[in-house]
Design a protein around this ligand. Structure first.
Ligand code: AGP
Length: 618
């Protein structure tokens, strides 16, 4: 995944592009580059490594240009492979996010036609294709359109030409691209954060759109059935800055009470969740009319089974919520890893497919969603990103309203997804006329208290910080959780692995003796999720004793420390009153342990090695 940004009509393009790239670095940061047009030439500055290495004041003055921050997929991350890439004459510069699958074949043909390549990327073929097409058409927009027809794969592409002053063109296919509209200036980027400091008015582009930005305005050519409409962004730049926290992750962890309130506000009464946030759905890439996509929740409630498709933390959120759909709404819930999912067309009458994806752009999830839709399933997306490909592909979508999440590690979006899914289960139960176990209903009524409990837990950081520091001396650890807490154990283990590089594995406590116990040695850290409300709290205590007897260093995350401490175990306390409440508060302590461990080990918390925030390639 990479980040791209173009701008036009700005005072100092190099500075605007440089600032924007820094905000896009969560999408990739192994090389970067900026291209601006200056006195009839294209000037390109590239670097291996972070954008900081580029000095914007050394770039000639211009009012338009484009830029790229890369996460290498084809070709190693060096200066030659950094974008922007140029054509043979150096008159055209392009930036690309995605993968060109037929690049080998195109490269061969272009070489035979006399084109010389300077990089080993898949992207460079695009610059040469545009070069050929421009010679034939003399129009950069047309040239991009013609080049696009020869590309297979996923892409968002920006291009400028030295002979076309005051023009930036762009197009997308299965990669995000959004326009920002300011007075006299326009921006085009993979993500709104790149230009949010300049404007809050945006247009989400759709697959197949070809956009021309000029100082006079914006022209979108596409196969849309509805006119292009600007939308207002609902969050401030403050939401996308560290606001005094040392890391985005820590800030986003602290935003969880607010995010949870946003996720739940006005939505806890039956009938108060509206698909598409009450908006008229926009048309999708496959050109359906808005009416085709105007499903309501009753149509989802008609199904006896929900198949959740998701990756990583979103998968864990779906797994944690699946139990609620079964208990509360009497709907069978299956959770599939999106990367592995293949739709079974025989199930279309009884099952609906729900994609859970904070970014709405994860390639594996989008592939699975599209496949489900093609197979005839009713589809729904639960996402943090209005206007994302997931919202445009699914028949309906539910926003989680967590605000922008910059750190690669999902924190507040996991919590908000879980809350929205819990709530969705209650709404479906109501629509199905299903009477759940009164205890489950009571749990749900208490969801309103969860943000306050999470805040109280966040305020008690000391013990979790101490555990994180201790964990930093180890290479591996285990997280035990049973029943509804097993997905939570998986999520905590994922956080530890991903940001601190400590190998963390989650197990249901009862599984220990069937194999994993052999891995426990003197001093092995074991985190145990031990809620007061568990069906059988003693079962977890015996599992803890079992590992402690083999020398493990056992720490319980619990809402009832006293009886556990009396047995000689150390605890990390959490504030919660109910079974569901425990999950959210214990999550916060697990995140804190992972965070502190990563800080202690000197890891790059917000940008862990080998990972990008949203994985837009399969
Ligand atoms: C979690 O911390 C990860 N960064 C990752 O597992 C993420 O949840 C996954 O890639 C799915 O992303 P999505 O929710 O944007 O689809």
């Amino acid at each position: 995944m990479c980040g791209i940004l173009g701008c036009i009509g700005v005072e100092d393009a190099a500075q605007v592009l440089h600032d924007g790239l820094k905000r896009l670095e969560y999408r990739g940061y192994d090389s970067a580059g900026i291209a601006v047009a200056h006195e009839g030439d294209i000037q390109v500055d590239k670097t291996a490594g972070r954008v900081e290495a580029i000095e914007p004041t050394h770039i000639p003055h211009s009012t338009f240009g484009l830029a790229h921050t890369r996460w290498a997929t084809h070709g190693e991350p060096n200066e030659a492979n950094a974008h922007p890439h140029t054509d043979c004459a150096g008159r055209i510069a392009i930036a690309h996010n995605g993968i060109i699958e037929n690049h080998d074949e195109l490269r061969q043909q272009l070489r035979q036609d006399g084109h010389a390549f300077t990089s080993t990327t898949d992207t460079e073929v695009i610059a040469h294709l545009i070069e050929d097409a421009y010679q034939a058409t003399g129009d950069l927009g047309q040239a991009l359109r013609q080049a696009r027809h020869r590309l297979e794969g996923s892409y968002a592409i920006l291009a400028v030409h030295a002979d076309e002053p005051n023009l930036v063109v762009g197009t997308r296919h299965e990669s995000p691209l959004v326009v920002g509209i300011d007075d006299g200036a326009l921006y085009l980027a993979s993500d709104i954060v790149a230009f949010r400091e300049h404007t809050d008015r945006v247009v989400h582009l759709e697959d197949g759109d070809l956009v021309r930005l000029t100082p006079q305005g914006l022209i979108v050519d596409g196969q849309r059935t509805e006119p292009v409409q600007a939308e207002q962004v609902a969050w401030d730049l403050e939401d996308a800055t560290k606001a005094g926290f040392p890391h985005f992750m820590l800030k986003e962890m602290h935003e969880q009470p607010r995010a949870l309130r946003e996720a739940l506000t006005g939505r806890t009464q039956p009938g108060s969740i509206e698909l598409n946030d009450g908006d008229t759905p926009t048309c999708s890439p496959s050109n359906e009319t808005a009416r085709d996509r105007g499903i309501d929740l009753a149509q989802v409630a008609d199904h006896d089974q929900l198949i959740f498709i998701a990756c990583g933390s979103s998968y864990n959120a779906a797994l944690a919520a699946a139990h609620e759909f079964e208990q509360l709404a009497g709907i069978e819930a299956r959770v599939e890893r999106a990367s592995e999912y293949e739709p079974n067309p025989w199930q279309t009458d009884r099952a609906a497919v729900v994609a859970v994806t904070q970014s709405g752009e994860t390639a594996d999830t989008l592939r699975a969603l599209e496949a489900a839709k093609q197979a005839g399933f009713t589809t729904l997306a639960v996402t943090n990103t209005n206007g994302s490909t997931a919202t445009r592909t699914a028949h309906g979508w539910v926003p989680i309203r967590a605000g922008p999440e910059i750190s690669v590690a999902a924190t507040k979006t996991f919590a908000s997804q879980l809350a929205v899914l819990h709530n969705l289960a209650a709404h479906l139960a109501h629509l199905r006329g299903f009477t759940p176990d009164p205890r489950v209903r009571e749990e749900l009524d208490h969801l309103q208290d969860v943000p306050t409990q999470v805040q109280a837990t966040l305020d008690e950081a000391g013990p979790a910080n101490a555990v994180g520091q201790r964990l930093a001396d180890h290479d591996r650890c285990f997280v035990l959780g049973s029943g509804p807490n097993h997905p939570l154990a998986e999520e905590i283990a994922l956080k530890i692995k991903e940001i601190s590089y400590v190998h963390a594995e989650a197990f249901p406590a009862g599984e220990l003796k069937h194999g994993p116990l052999a891995l426990v040695e003197e001093g092995t850290p074991v985190l145990a999720l031990a809620p007061r409300t568990a069906e059988d709290p003693e079962a977890m205590i015996s599992s803890m004793s079992e590992v402690a007897a083999r020398g493990a260093d056992v720490i319980a995350i619990t809402d009832e420390p006293q009886p556990i401490e009396e047995r000689g175990f150390q605890t990390v306390p959490v504030a919660s009153k109910t079974e569901a409440g425990f999950v959210y508060s214990a999550l916060v302590q697990g995140q804190r342990i992972a965070y502190q461990c990563a800080v202690e080990r000197g890891c790059n918390v917000d940008k862990p090695r080998n990972l990008a925030k949203s994985v837009t390639v399969e």
